[in-house]
Design a protein around this ligand. Sequence first.
Ligand SMILES: Cc1ncc(COP(=O)(O)O)c(C=O)c1O
Length: 366
Amino acid sequence: MSATVPFQNLRLPTEVELEIMQAVQRVVESHHYILGREVELFEQEFATYLGVKHAVAVASGTDALCLALLAGGVIRPGAEVIVPALTSPFTAIAVVRAGGWPVFADVNQKTWTLDAESVAGCITEKTVALVPVHLYGNPVDWPPLAKLAEAHDLLVLEDACQAHGALFQGVKVGALGRVAAFSFYPTKNLGAAGDGGAIVTNDELLAAQCRHLRNGGQIGRYVHDQPVFHSRLDEIQAAILRVKLPYLDAWNEQRNKVYRDYWEKLPDCIFPALPPGSRPVAHVAAMCHPQRNRLCAHLKGRGIETLIHYPVPLHQMPAFTPYAGRPCPVAETICGRVLSLPLYLSISEQEQKQAVLAIREFSSDA
Ligand SMILES: Cc1ncc(COP(=O)(O)O)c(C=O)c1O
């Protein structure tokens, strides 16, 4: 049975899809596909949007995280990097790929993002960096984490892969710390037509190092000073992102409205709380329900697609067995109860109403 309400639908307004086709045509006619004018302009436009000095466009969010850690110069054998136990596995994959040792900290019971107390308990003499994740588009509670990082001289790398345009105390996430990573995976609030990512920073030297690394450590044609992989956003993706960026704030507003509706109309579902002073951008409408698996089956029976972000906390994920460490009870509980509801730009009032009614029907039957 095809879904009555799909989880995701990447359709854009027709006029925007036309603009995208024209942008792709422009690149094809230019015959310039790698590190050209479109990437350069997108980097400037994205940096201006965020209020930072530099953006370095790369091939994915995972690469952005990995290259930012490498460029930060903190990774040496055994270097520990604290990441939340509840996030995309790619946050920790990037740490491992950079040569770091991921240490999983529990998340806060209310916000579901990194908990300063839990982070404090994970800091050792080997800790070199901290990766707060603005999960689902919700900014982390920044001040306690920044204070801890400063006290222990840690590099803070914001994982802003799910939070393009979110604000904390009037500052865009990605501009809060020394360096941040974004993903332009197609489902992101600012998504390409393929993979893409960016590192953003105010630090000129760090930006220069990221540019050097993303080009495979090349210092001249076929001459490299480091054996690093290359990772570049291509011109077609940059041209597409340039079309979409001016719409981002309006699209975030639309997504926020859908999210608020779920929040207001589903009192039996528990949504993550927002830290004071934050303005989120709804990326994933994740909520906890004590009977998640039964609710999920009920919704599937009514043609309403859902997903789970995330089913397994990272410290229990097979890929990270060597790094397992201490238990993270809050993340474990959330992973057992969390369910993501349909949320996309083109969701109609009728589709959302169907999803809401089906959940309410489940609650009244339960
Ligand atoms: C929080 C988070 N970090 C990192 C990534 C990795 O981004 P990408 O898929 O572009 O490599 C993603 C996206 O999947 C993400 O959601």
